[in-house]
Design a protein around this ligand. Sequence first.
Ligand SMILES: *Cc1c(COP(=O)(O)O)cnc(C)c1O
Length: 354
Amino acid sequence: MKKHNFSAGPSILPREVLLKSSEAILDFNNSGLSLIEISHRSKDFVDVMEKARSLVLELLNLDGKGYKVLFLQGGASSQFLMVALNLLEKKAGYLNTGTWSDKAIKEAQLFGDIHEVASSKTSNYNHIPKGYKIASDYDYFHCTSNNTIYGTQIKKFPNSPVPMICDMSSDIFSRQLDFSKFDLIYAGAQKNMGPAGTTLVVVKESILGKVSRKIPSMMDYKLHSSKSSMFNTPPVFAVYTAMLTLEWIKNLGGIKAMEELNKKKEILMYSEIDLNPLFKGFSAKADRSAMNVTFSLVDDHLKETFDTMLKDAGIYGLNGHRSVGGYRASMYNALSIDSVKALVEVMSELESKN
Ligand SMILES: *Cc1c(COP(=O)(O)O)cnc(C)c1O
């Protein structure tokens, strides 16, 4: 039975992407060789890297605007420290909206003075703080666009007087934004783009090379950029699969089409939570994430029944993160509206039985 995959990450990928990437494992471009056993300097792979990089700029509408695209390793978690190493001279401002922001702050504190411009920590990150100030003497301002664990999402980004850095791991390519507002965007691939193993970095070249410290090669954006993201062996399979996903997005009509589909899923899911008396949502309505929907049962006695019904309906990956509890429905780009319908059906069936 085909499962409805609501996993938060690693997470669902388009079926056709999985088919093509598994073919390439056995025979890449009819070469008689596997994608993962050829040189990353071969023309076939260099073409993949170049295509992936240019699709990113095209989809984000950043072509010709001074940005470079890198596919690095070490996860989004390594970006927490790379951002600080490359950009932090004295002090920076961070918006604390969840576990990932908090981790980014802790790493950056190793390299300079970090000001939390605002935090929703005391309310278990159930909303996005607003009305904060970004000082003009910060080296940069850092935020997390979508809080994967808590199910909140920044709907309106501030106008930052300093370079704006954003961790978009769990909502990149899911909605239309003016991406040129950001000077550096990073995203681990495994939420909305590909398999674990690569992290996308999109950086405006003009912000690099300004700190006085010496930066180790593997941590240096400028070096990776000057080598077209091929300074060392890139994670070839992850980059290839990400490229296929980017092509899939483009063929469906780009980010605009993703946003339209995601909007439909979001409305369906949150309407059920709001109208069904057995359930309640976790995050503040104005800040609800379109990607990760956090909710719980009003009466925990129904948990066993509900969990059995979910299992019978083939719904996978709905357990909430331990720091929130309850349930979390992750609805990344590749999740079809039919899967959301299947979940909503189970929720309303539970209501009619109780
Ligand atoms: C998953 C996630 C991370 C951590 O990603 P890794 O690739 O596991 O290091 C960071 N930020 C956000 C917003 C995430 O969702």
